[in-house]
Design a protein. Sequence first.
Length: 326
Amino acid sequence: MKLLNVSGSPHVHSDESTKKIMWRVNLALVPALLVAIAYFGLNALLVSIVSVAACVLFQWLIEKFIMKQPTTNIWDGSAVITGLLLAFNVPATCEMVWIVAIGALVAIGIGKMSFGGLGKNPFNPALVGRVFMLISFPVQMTTWPVPAAKAFSFSADAVTGATPLGILKEGGAEALPQAWELIVGHMGGSMGEVSALAILIGAIYLLIRKVITWHIPVAFIGTAFLMSLICGACGMAPEGVNAGYYAVQQILMGGIMLGACFMATDMVTSPMSKSGQLIFGVGCGLLTIIIRNWGSYPEGVSFAILLMNAVTPLINRGFKPKRFAK
């Protein structure tokens, strides 16, 4: 009998690398960044630059002077992603410049490097920084600029207003944006939640490049939609708004699209198996709508994802990928 010699794994080789994946995610965030700049002016660009620069700087300082390890990891793009996502979760105002720098220190220092760096953090670093800022600076983090009256004018009005979720929370359905405004993003809110269309473009790119899979986004958005539909049918929708349109509003307003496509899909903090990812997405959707409808905050995406990040190890234990040849 002729014996076959099999070498050690891995048996499939690819030119993919962490660096390539990270920079593809950064590229996918560009459409949402451009829309934010178009609606909120150069303040959005300034906040983004400060956030990214602070994240990269703090990671370099921690690696060099505290962890005493090579600092080449700052160029892998992961700190840039954290910076962009952190900027996308804050208002585009000048007052946020120094606050977002503090948030970057918390995101990188506590949310990422305190656990050992890339690939070892149990929680999404950008959301750790965002929740810290929300608790520490509640006024600044809930003071939302109103987009310019003319889209793509590269200037924002020097006034503030409520977000659509805030209006809905207070029962002012008549002041909600129209459907097309919810899609293209001409409304108040944080930089990354204003345009569902721009986020969807980036998500499609990531799906095509196989950086993410459909499981978490579809489970997250689908569960949130179904839960909102049930809530709307049970009388929680504002007067004059049917349950179907109420569910659509819940998906297009706030951070569900950004969270489902870019933060919940973080490969480090989400489950490994496909079935586990579906469970993770369902949990995120349920918690988001529960917090929105029965919590004190109008938005619940950040808290929902962080809570499910904490459950990820249990999901991985219960839903393990099938072993080869078993």
